[in-house]
Design a protein around this ligand. Sequence first.
Ligand SMILES: [Zn+2]
Length: 102
Amino acid sequence: MKKLLAYLSLIVPQSLLTTKYLLERIPLLAADPSTCDHEWDVVASISSTVELQVQCRKCAIYSEIPDPTEQEWDASYGAMATPYPWEEKSRIRHYQANGPIH
Ligand SMILES: [Zn+2]
């Protein structure tokens, strides 16, 4: 349990670590990224490369969305504090560090 909490504290802002949040997330950390049917949340905007960063809410891996529209870029401003779902899976570019693309 302590190890899980330490892991969570690395990937989410401290302000989100409420009990409810932890209870929702802990079972989901068990998902295997290689078999996961990813469901993405926009979690950040990367201003250096103008890309949106997304994270799978089931297995917690990260990927990115290149070339967001102006509206999408503006909408991502608050994503770090308030992640929101991303539905267009075809536009997601998977990070190679996470293994083979499925
Ligand atoms: Zn996933």
